[in-house]
Design a protein around this ligand. Structure first.
Ligand code: PGA
Length: 245
């Protein structure tokens, strides 16, 4: 399996990916999209919201499914994935998307919330966008995750908890999370892995160029027949020339 890797200049990355995504939505207005949060997709959502505001693309018939959510953060905490995706994209879309499915992190039964969210994803995902964790996670499928793992309640790695606190401003730290499982993600028609910045260069090379394994859940994406990596030059800097570009 050859993973397609597209490499853009850092200052052109967000516009290039937003153009591709807007084109995909125009071609399939009823698209069912699974979207991540984090620092990587933020500039992409900014560029996408600008295109929507300019009338270049409409989400009116599109369905957005949130990838993952923290547990243990208060409702309205700006570090929550739902809050962040609404702030950066969903609430900026006018008309709004046909449907937006967040994850219920406040109910009495997180396992049931995971099952309900999984049922939404099981209706089909045309395109899944993912960030790449510094530890190789995708969603909150942390190291140790297996490709057949279901959508579930997870413990999050200490490093991911630090990211939530130090970069995303979570206070108190999240106690866990709910994530779509790798198995469900691999059922999507198409997957784009979004990777920017020098700090991700090593883990991206590990994900793509060393044998797949649970130490790097993103490595399992290579099982998918239609996965592309949208990287910037910094993130791609440690890939060998053997990778298709
Ligand atoms: P980041 O997070 O985009 O904020 O680096 C990516 C991830 O952990 O999935």
């Amino acid at each position: 399996m050859t993973v397609r890797v597209e490499v853009h200049r850092p200052d052109a990355w967000a516009d290039a990916v937003a153009d591709e995504l807007a084109g995909r939505i125009r071609a399939m207005p009823g698209i069912r999209l699974c979207l991540p949060t984090g620092d990587t997709p933020s500039p992409l959502y900014e560029a996408l919201a600008a295109r929507a505001a300019a009338g270049d693309v409409s989400f009116a018939d599109a369905t957005i499914v949130l990838l993952d959510e923290y547990l243990g953060l208060a409702p309205g905490d700006p570090a929550r994935c739902d809050e962040r995706l609404r702030r950066e994209l969903v609430d900026r879309l006018d008309p709004p998307p046909r449907a937006y499915h967040a994850i219920d992190a406040d109910g009495p039964d997180p396992d049931e919330a995971a099952r309900r969210h999984d049922a939404v994803a099981a209706e089909g995902l045309d395109l899944v966008l993912l960030g790449l964790g510094a530890n190789g996670h995708i969603g909150l499928n942390e190291p140790g995750s297996r490709p057949e793992d279901p959508t579930r309640v997870v413990r999050i790695a200490a490093s991911s908890r630090s990211v939530a606190v130090e970069r995303y401003g979570a206070d108190p730290p999240p106690t866990g999370g709910i994530t779509l499982g790798i198995g469900r993600l691999l059922e999507a028609a198409e997957i784009w892995l979004l990777v920017t910045g020098e700090a991700k260069a090593g883990i991206l090379a590990r994900a793509l160029e060393r044998p797949e394994g649970p130490d790097c859940p993103a490595s399992y994406l290579r099982r998918h027949p239609n996965v592309r990596v949208a990287a910037d030059t910094a993130a791609a800097s440690r890939l060998s020339s053997g990778v298709a570009r």
